[in-house]
Structure formats: structure tokens, C-alpha cells
Write a protein of this length. Sequence first.
Lengths: 501, 487
Amino acid sequence: MSQAWLPLATLATSLLVVPLIFALPERAWRARTALNLGAAMIKVVLVALMVWGLYQGESYRFSFTVVRDVTFLLQVDALGLMFAGLSSLLWLATTVYAIGYLEDSPNRKRFFGFFSLCVASTVGIALAGNLFTFLLFYELLTLSTYPLVVHRGHTKALNAGAIYLRYTLTGGLVLLLGVVALHVMVGDVSFGEREMLADLGPEAHGLLTVLFLIMLLGLGVKAALVPLHGWLPRAMVAPAPVSALLHAVAVVKAGAFGIVRLVYDVYGIGLTYQLGLLTLLAVIATVTILYGSMRALAQHELKPRLAFSTVSQVSYIVLGISLFGPFGTIAGLVHLMHQGLMKVTLFYCAGNYAEELGVHRIDQLNGAGRRMPLTSIAFTVGALGMIGLPPVAGFISKWYLGMGAVQANMPWVILVLVASSLLNAAYFLPILYRLWFRPGPAHGIGEWPEERHLGRFETSGWLLWPAVATALFSIMAGLLAGLPFSPLDLATFVTAEEYTP
Amino acid sequence: MIERLGGDFGAVLLVLGLPVLLGGLAACWPPRRSWPIVSFSLLPLLALAWLAHLVLAQGGQTWHIELGSLTLQWRANGLTLLLLLLTQVITLSSAAYAPAYLLEEIGEEGKQLWLWPLQGVLTTSLSLIWLAGDLLTLYIGLELMGLAAVGLMLLPGRVDALAAGMRYLLLALVGSLAFLLGVALLLGAWGRLDLTGLALAAEPGMVLWVAVALLSAGLLLKAAAFPLHAWLAPVHASAWTPVSALHASLVVKGSFFIALQLWLVLVPEARVAAWLVGGLGAAAVVWGGLLAWRAAKLKDVVAWSTVSQLGYLLLGFSLLIGTTPQVAEVAWEGTWLQLAAHSLAKAGMFLATGNLIYSTGESHVSGLAGASRRMPLSLLSFGIAAISLIGLPPSAGFTAKWLLLHASLEAGYWLWMAALALGTLLSAAYIFRVFRYSFVEDAEPLDYRGVPWSMELCALMLALASLLLGLVAEWPLMLLRAAGGGA
């Protein structure tokens, strides 16, 4: 039980903020802002401390027995820290963004309260040390995001919320059944104790395969694997910071992260490979990648296009882990981080266009690059990264995916990568073309749907700087990938642990 | 009269006597605030602590009381302690809720004085049921509990309350009659009433089966078990909020407890019959959930959800009786945890519902439109209690469901797993239906009355208890294991 306080404190920063925010009156804008930003910064520092400690060989563990032989276990490993780092960093950015975005709108207290709860759940998912603890925070995430999805309170939002719940609660239930069954079979499996399932012997393989599929079904809902993705595009009615968080870190990533945990830390990549489940994952991922991209092409509004792009991009993570071999693993893990950074940038920018210019449709974006240059540069960075152009982070992901495909002897995956990159280009480049090369209202042709001048710069600083910062991070994660503490370095660290018994 | 009186019997008498005594005192000097109630309620809690100390130090206790030719048998073990604690905590919260509620919502009336002694009698009779080791004591406890409950239901004094209360009285009497017939059959056949003796003496046969059938029918009627549940919601519709909370969380549990005890003692191998009761439970889970989903009134939603949640407990019958020891062990803990979780959550939810109705003046679910804009604390309490009812982590409802799923899986009862899963989804459906209304943004602004803080606090505390119990479930369960918790 060395240094149990650090993971607990990390969890507590956002969890304790929740009652405080609910206790503050609606109009206490300053206090709430200070509280949100303060907690977000403390969390970044705490996670940084843990990353540093992990490199020094420290271990952090906190556990107690909940019931019978079920334990609540917080445990810090490199994989969890990657996710915790991503969520704490993006929480800070999104908090800044949300403060700007929701200025003068009603129900901010409710929003920020559940927002903090949502982040607490994400950090809990990252630090969870066994399936039970994971499940606990996984369900808490569902509960805390529902009020955010229906925040606007109109019929469309309420319907989207209902659909969201239908998908995620059912998914959570299926996952629960799988976890209980696994528990009955082998008892409490801490993440990393892969030998427990591997030692069961071949006669248990049939049952293990079934349980894997059940749990995959439960996790696949949040990871938006086709055909379980239906809730995601509809949840776009939520305010932009929520969409950003939902897509980049919280919900979708929780699903993907769960699949990563399931494959690497519960079953172990060796056993998963033996059971032939990696091929299945690769096929599901391929279908999702291609289907998501096609649907994205067909969208005329910015946010739905980004939503379907998320469906497609998150499956790169699944594709990466389905490639047996270190490169595939690195690709999957590093994309977990990279996709978060790039997608959050894109959503911030989409929110900025909507807030400043009232633009929702793609064909209204003509010439927006001139009116909002920084936002548009950030959007361009994110979009190019998604396509996979160097030096943005997305290039690293695709490069390693390609190498992983060769290593795993699955050359057809390279074809999938080429096809999906072409599709990515096909739905992102027209937007960039409109932004920069088509004359629009900024050139005196037509006018913006609903132009507001929110700040000194092209828009309010609260909205602008998070987008610029995450865009910068996306470039840095690509450019400085070889340095220590970069996402790639962390992913390599995790992979080394995974493949050296 | 009382053989082997001993110093330790004093603890039992205090636990039983203090609630009635305090109820009587409160009727003479009606409390106007919550703090006197809370401070006086420490007395029975202290008595309980004394009893707990005895049981934990010396293991399960049994007392024999000679009444003429009859021998009463009382006993205390880990389970008794758990149920006594639950009863006292919930009664305490509901009593602490009452002064502000009576003052603000009901107004000055002579009848409200009756609330206090009746609550005292109810607590005592429940405690008697938890302590009882023979059928006569159980019958006395059951009868007292039923009468006190009817009295509490009649308190509002309006026509609908009277009608509902009378119907309830009729049902309670029918239930008691069936129970009494069963007891008489057992007494006639084997000449004894203590459960330990009956467990040894009773032989399978027609008499035993008829007796158990009569006992169970009476008890399940009182417990509002499917399909004998129709009386439940109308009774709650007109009752006072703290009374509803007590009734839904404790009174129905009393009958369930007796039924389970009797089955374990008299027919511990009746696998098929227990499976049938489990089937009723599964049907209750689904049907109660559907009724709650369709209900238009807020209180009806909460009341029908009780039927559904009791179904989970009935599943326990089939998992405990005629199964392997491993299954029974897990199911035993799951059942009692579910009982505790539901009691706390349902009491919290009824109090929160009362607050919502009080503050909005609307009794329909649709009346909550836009309620979350003000983010009233009651809505939060309602939500926290709901987490436990749905069985989402980290609540006690979740941990209990985990154990029940574990037991069902190990026993190979796939159907029960399906029922548990369906119950989860249905309860999510009826709960989020309420929340959906609360998030409506274009509703008419509601006219809010501020809720007295003592009412808010009681609801919140109970709800939080049901939530956090899930994480520390090991404590009550350790109690269950430590001191001879078995039946």
C-alpha cells in the first residue's frame, strides 16, 4: 500500500468539487470559476507527480474489500496514467472553454457540477485496478453525462438523452453480467494479472470466448463500434464543450480504454490471440472505420460530420490493439491520446464557429479563415492530423498502425488504412478548402448567419485559447514524439511491459 | 414467569420498550422540532448498542419466557442486530422528518398526536418480529404491526384515506387469519411453536404443506408480493409522507422476513416450491416496474417500485432453499443487503418525493417540468436514492444485485439473471422518466415553496446512506457472519 494517497487525491480533486459547486449559488460565477480551474490545475499537477513517480519505479495502490472477495482497487500503471494524463489535461482546457461557452446561459451550476462528476468518473476509470472498480466508474460516467447531454432541455435534447441512456445503460448491464460471470469463474482479477485466465487451460476457452464477447458488447456501446454507435451522432445536441469531452476523453474513450484493458490486462494479448478474438476485433474495427467515414461524408452539418468521424477514428485504437505485435499495440495506445487531442481541437473550433458566426452547416463556412484565422488554423491542424499528415500527431498513429499490420502479417489492414485516409481527406479537405480558398462573408459576399463579436480577438479568449493550445499539443505530440513523457514514449513504456513477461 | 432472566434480558426489554415509551411521551408533549426527537432517539440506539455488545461478545443469544403452559422463545443474532439497527435508523429519520411536515403541510389538528405512539408501537412490533423465535411471538408482532400500520394510514382522516385504510385493514386481517390457521395446524400436529423445536419435529407431509401454504399466503399478501400487490399504491396515495416511508421500507419487510424464516425452518429442501416463489418474484420485478413506468402520479411511481424491488427479495427464496451451500451463502448476504438497500433508499425516496410535492404543489410526474432549474436538494436526494433502486454503482442496491447475480449464476438460474437485468432496465426507465420532466426547459416557471431544512436533511441522509452502504457493504455483512447470523 505504498503511497495510497496520490491516486485518491487525484480522484478527490474533481469529486470533492461536485458538492462545493452544488452548494454555491447560481450567480457565484467567480467562485465557481476559481474552484473549477483550481481543481483542474491541481489534478494536472497530481497526475504529473504520478507520471514522474512511475518512471522512478514507485507504485501507487489503494484498496479495500467491498463485499466478499470483491475489492475496490485503485492502482496506477502506465496505461492508466496515459488516460488520466489525457483526461486531466483536456479537463483543464475544456473547463476554460466551457466557462467561455456558457457565459450568461442558465443552469451553469448544474452543468459544472455534473461536469466535474463526469471528469471524476473518467479519472476513476483510468486509475481503476480491476474490472469491478472499472465498472463502478463506467456506470457513474453514464449517470453524470446524462444531465450534460440533456442540458438544453428542449425536446430534441431530451430525446437524445433518452436514446443515450437506452444504449449506455443496456451496455453497462451487459458488461455487468460479463464481469460477474468472470468473477464467479476465476475470482477477482486485478489488471495485469493476465496469467490467471491463461492458466485456466484449453477446456475453459469456449466460456472465456463467450465472456469476452459479452464484455466487448458492453464496452462497444460506449466505444461506438458499429452497429452500437447510434447514440453518438444524436448526442450532438449537447453544448459544444460536452461534445468535445464526450468524444475526446470521456464516454467514447472510456469504451475504447475498457477494450484495451480487457485485451491487455485481463485476458492478455497472448490469450486473446489464441482464442482468435484479435481477428474478430480487426474486422469490427475495419467495418467501423469505413462505415463511420462514409457516413461522415454524407453529413452537411459540421458537428454530425465530426461525430461520425469520431466513430471511425476511435476504432483505430481497436484496430491497433487487434494487431498482434508491439507496433500495433503502440499504435493503438498512442492513438488513444492523439485522437483525444485532435478531436477536442476540432470540436472547440466547431463550437467557436457556431458561437461567433452562428455557423452550423459546412457550406456556410466559406472564407471563415479570414474572419477567424486562429480558430481556422487550429481546425486545419486537427483535420490534417486526422487525415494523418506529418508533423501532426495523427501521422505517428497511422505510421505505427502500418508497421503493426506488417508485423502482424495482416497486409490487408494497410489497404484499410489507405482507404480510410482517402475518406478522411475526402470529408475534411472540402472543409479546409471552404475555410481558406472560397470567398465568403469576410470578403463581402453574403453574410454570416448570426454574427456576434464576443471578444477582443476573433472571438472570446476563453473560447480561442483552449483550441489553440490543444492544436499546439497535437503538433508537439507529433514533432516531439521521440522525447521522454511524450504520448509515444508512454505507449512504448506500456508496450514494453506487455510483451516482456 | 421468565426463566433465566439474567442481566442481559434487560437490553432486549429496553430495545422493545423504549420506542413505545418515547412514542407515548411524544404524544403528551408533541415535539415541535427535530432535535429533541434525534436526541431522545439516542436512547433506544444505546440500548441496541448494549444488546449488540452482548451478542458480539458472547455469540447468538436465546431467551425462554414461560407463559403458563406456553414457552416463548426470543433470540438475537447478527441478522437481528442488523434489522434492529435498520429499523431504528429509518424510524428515527422518519420521526425527525415529521415535526416540520406536520406543522407546514398538515396544519394544527388533534389527530396528528396519534402519529407518535403509533410509530412507537410499529417500531416495537417490528423489533419483536426480528427478535422472535416462536410462532406466537411472531403472530403478536405481526398483528401489532398490522394494526399500527392501519392506524397510521387512517391518520389523514379524509374519505380516500379512510377507504384505503379500511381496505388495508381488511387485507391485513385476512392475512393474519391465514397465518393463524397455519399456526394452529402446526400446533395441533406437533404441539410446539418454537422454531428450533419445529425444525426438528416437523415431518414432511400434507399437514406441513397446507400449514406452510397458509402461512405463506397470509404473509405474502401482507408483503404485497405479486400477484397480491394491488392494494399497495392506493394506500400510499393518501398517507402522510413519513408514514409512507415507514410502511414501504419496513412494514412489508416484516412479513417477508417471517416468511423466509418459516421456509428455512420448516421446508428447507422444498426446491420446487421455492422456485415457484422465485418465479412470482421475477414476475413482480417486471410487473411492478411496468406499473411504475406507467404511473402518472409521483407517489404511485415510488409505491409500484416497491412491488418490483420486493420481487428481488422473493428471488432470494429460490436461491436460499434447496440450493448448494455456496449459492445459499452468497444469496443470504445478497438478500439481506438488498433488504437494507431498499429500505434506506425507499424511505429516502418517499421523503424526497414528499418534499418535491410539498415544494411544487404538484402530485403528478409531469408537474415536475423544469424542476431541475432550481436544482432543489430534494431532487438530488431523489436521484441518489434512485441510483440504489436501479442498482447502479456504487450504491448498496448495486452490491446486492451483484451478489444476487453471482448466486443466480452459480445456481444456474438463467431466468433469474434475466429478471434482474430486466428489472434494472425497467427501474431506469421509470426513474429517468421522472428526471426527463425535470430537465424540460421551456416549462412554465414553477411556484416554489422552500422546504424546511430538517425535511431536506432527513431525505438526503437516508439516500446517502443507501448509496454509501454499497461501498462499505462488508461491514453489515461481517455482522451477519460474525454472530451466528444463520437462520
